[in-house]
Unconditional design. Structure first.
Length: 320
């Protein structure tokens, strides 16, 4: 098993990716060999569904994190068919989605199974309700949405923003710590029940060839390569995975315990917040935005700390 960090040498792709753009490099390699790529994409209603891509031009559909559970079940039969006719396939998804595909496909040298480091995923209904209410608040409809970015790097990789771009050019953007959808997500309020008991964690649970995630420990483990543009944590778990990343320039190698210290979702399931049951009850009868705001309100001390931390980063970036 190889545990390393890397980033895409193409600065544009790296910027538009959630972390370091390594997924794009793996996907392009598969496409160049005549293969196909499956991953999470938005549909016309901004629901998230797994989509099959066979051109580099369409690969942008799969780029960027979507903090929603993707509808992927129809993709499994398509993956099996592509493998049957001899196509190379890269399937990317959450660890449980990858496990479902691997259970049907088995070990196949044509299949590259790529999972993300998964904090957990909200149900699609939560995301759709949030988007509908937010659009209504802005006197718009879901049809007025041009683009959604859960991980917009306009404020940096570590202090990323949640951004919605509307067809008229107007932009709704908030730092992730200020956005109530993202706060409800990171506080585990909106995660699916299964996410609290995930059996697909390292060191024994993963069945993927490769695991990709944010290298959140970069400041402590590799400060010399930290420029806040995004760096990907890469774990090649199998010989197929090791072969797949062989063309990627790797910066350093790490131990599982060292990376899990800063990104615990690699080895641990999310914990259930005690207020989650009441939160879910209230979402059924009250506007979601108001319920999210109520349950994600930050204490004054935290707001002051975040303000000071951001001011410190601005001073540091200015002095560089």
């Amino acid at each position: 098993m190889i545990i390393t960090s890397a980033h895409n040498p193409d600065a544009t792709i790296r910027y538009s990716s959630s972390s370091g753009g390594i997924f794009s490099m793996l996907a392009v390699d598969i496409l160049d060999k005549g293969g196909v790529v499956y991953g999470a994409a938005f549909d016309q209603t901004w629901s998230v569904k797994h989509t099959r891509v066979d051109t580099i031009e369409d690969l942008t559909l799969l780029q960027g994190s979507k903090y929603v559970f993707s509808d992927f079940t129809s993709s499994i039969e398509n993956v099996l068919y592509d493998l049957k006719i001899g196509k190379r396939v890269l399937f990317s998804g959450t660890p449980c989605q990858v496990a479902a595909v691997m259970k049907r496909a088995g070990q196949n040298p044509l299949l590259l199974a790529v999972e993300i480091v998964c904090h957990g995923t909200p149900k699609s209904e939560i995301w759709q309700k949030y988007l509908y209410e937010l659009c209504s608040q802005k006197k718009r409809t879901i049809a007025d949405v041009r683009a959604v970015f859960f991980r917009d790097k306009r404020t940096g990789w570590k202090d990323y923003s949640f951004t919605i771009v509307f067809n008229d050019g107007k932009v709704f953007t908030q730092r992730h710590n200020d956005n109530i959808y993202m706060r409800a997500f990171t506080n585990n309020l909106t995660l699916r029940e299964a996410c609290f008991h995930c059996p697909f964690k390292y060191p024994q649970g993963s069945v993927a060839d490769i695991t990709l995630g944010d290298f959140w420990g970069i400041t402590q483990l590799a400060p010399d390569i930290d420029n806040d543009l995004g760096t990907t944590l890469v774990v090649a778990r199998t010989p197929i995975g090791e072969d797949a990343i062989s063309f990627i320039e790797q910066t350093k190698t790490y131990t599982l315990s060292s990376i899990a210290k800063y990104n615990p979702a690699i080895t641990s399931s999310a914990s259930i917040p005690p207020e989650r049951p009441q939160f879910l009850i209230e979402t059924k009868t009250a506007p979601l935005l108001s319920v999210m705001k109520k349950y994600t309100k930050r204490p004054t001390s935290e707001r002051i700390y975040l303000s000071l931390a951001r001011a410190k980063r601005r001073i540091f970036n200015f002095s560089k």
